[in-house]
Design a protein around this ligand. Sequence first.
Ligand code: UDP
Length: 192
Amino acid sequence: KNRVNILGTEFDNYTEKQFHKYLSDDMDGRSNRFIVTPNPEIVLSARENQEFSSIINSADYVIPDGIGIIKGAKTLGTPMHERITGFDTLMFLIKAANRKQLKVYLLGAKPEVIEASAKRIERDFPEIDLVGYHDGYFKNDQEIVDDIVAKKPNIVLVALGSPKQEFFIDKYRYQNDAIWIGVGGSFDVFSG
Ligand code: UDP
C-alpha cells in the first residue's frame, strides 16, 4: 500500500471523492473495514505508544484529519491531496447508510448525547435501520460486543475518544463484518 509517513503514522493519500467511492463499495460488499482519522495530536500520541501506533497503521483507512497533517506532508516532500475530517466522514457514512437503508450501531459519548444522536438519526435519516446504541461509560466490553454481534450492523460508529476507541475496534471488529470508525467527540456535535 502506498502511504505517506508523517512521524510514524502512515496516511492514505486519497481525494475525498476517491475515499467516498471506496467506502461506498465497502458498504455494498459488506466488507470488514476499520477507518482511523488521525489529527496532529493523535500522530504525536502514537509516537509515544507503540501499540497504538501499530493499531493505527494496520487500519484499512488512515485519513488525514487536520490541516497540520497536510502541511507536514508538504514540508516533508510527500504532498497529499487534501484534508478529510472525521466529522465529514461520519456524515458521509450516515447519508450513505440512509440512501442504502443500512443497519447502524452507535457506541460512545455520554448517555444524553448518544440518546440525542439516536433521535437525530431517527428524525433526519429515517431510512437508516438504527439497530442499537449505547453510551461510552460501560464496564463490560463483552455485553456491548454481544449486542453488536446480535444486531449485525453494517456500520459501527465508536465515540470513546482516542486511543480507547481504536483499541476497542481493533480488538472486536472481526466479530461483525461492518465499517468500523472511531469518531471521537463527533456525537457531541452531531447531537445538536
Ligand atoms: N468518551 C466515552 N467514554 C470514555 C471516554 C470518552 O464515551 O470512557 C466519549 C466522550 O463522552 C466524548 C468522546 O468520547 O463524546 C470523545 O472524547 P474526547 O473529546 O476526550 O476525545 P477526542 O475527540 O479528542 O478523541
